[in-house]
Design a protein around this ligand. Structure first.
Ligand code: 13P
Length: 254
């Protein structure tokens, strides 16, 4: 049985003080709901310790939104996996479509970062997903096959359950337009079948695949009820107190 993950991605929002304040309010609404699902808040780097402080003693985990693939060196402005590990960060988002788009992250970069994250005992949440144009052209399966394959190059079968994939169709991110439960299920099932083909049935059954893209309290239940959707990666709705409702939807479908 795969434990669901409800992950928030705060993106570039909240100063450290505001992040702490929000985390403090959120914890009162979702702590109880967090028993049979994993709840993770991926916050800006500068807010990690503030939010960790607020969530101390709860089951809610604090993750990061990106990391560099190298341990150290002349990479001005970057943060390494080693640094995140030193801050006891258990999850990191890798290859979000905004990073692929605005910072030219390639599938090779995504693969390198995912390897480094695992080496640091940090669970990578690896994002894949098609553009609207690719969907219109009927390329969804090809894009997902290619991105999933390239993200997982050179991993061993036993590593696969330690990785999380997030299916985030680019056209559904921040647009208010959500994939239908059927579209999201079909995509997550496809990703699982690619993993089965490459790593076998046990690995495919163990890996968690999340859906992301305009998840909110009204659509979360139906999305999380799909057999191949193991939770959500939530942007805008994770920055509101009603995120608790999304967590509850995860719990109801645990
Ligand atoms: P929204 O939930 O705001 O669409 O963002 C999704 C996302 O990009 C999560 O990583």
């Amino acid at each position: 049985m795969r434990k669901k993950i409800i992950a928030g991605n705060w993106k570039m929002n909240f100063t450290p003080a505001r992040a702490a304040e929000f985390a403090n309010s959120l914890v009162n609404t979702i702590d109880d709901a967090a028993d049979n699902v994993e709840v993770v808040l991926c916050v800006p780097y500068v807010a990690i310790d503030h939010v960790q402080y607020e969530l101390d003693g709860t089951d809610i985990k604090v993750g990061a939104q990106n990391m560099h693939a190298e341990d150290k060196g002349e990479f001005t402005g970057e943060i390494s996996g080693e640094m995140l590990a030193a801050m006891c960060v258990p999850y990191v988002i890798i290859g979000h479509s905004e990073r692929r788009k605005y910072y030219n992250e390639s599938d090779t970069d995504v693969n390198k970062k995912a390897h480094k994250a695992l080496e640091m005992y940090i669970t990578p949440i690896v994002c894949v997903g098609e553009t609207l144009e690719q969907r219109k052209n009927g390329e969804v399966d090809n894009v997902l096959t290619q991105q999933t394959h390239l993200a997982l190059v050179n991993f061993k079968t036993e590593d696969i359950p330690k990785i999380v994939i997030a299916y985030e169709p680019i056209w559904a991110i921040g647009t208010g337009e959500t994939a239908t439960p059927e579209q999201a299920q079909a995509a997550c099932k496809k990703i699982r079948s690619v993993i089965k083909h490459e790593f076998g049935e046990d690995a495919a059954e163990a890996i968690r695949i999340l859906y992301g893209g305009s998840v909110n309290p009204s659509n979360a239940n139906e999305l999380f009820a799909q057999p191949d959707i193991d939770g959500g990666l939530v942007g805008g709705a994770s920055q509101k107190l009603s995120f608790a409702e999304v967590v509850k939807a995860g719990q109801a479908n645990a």
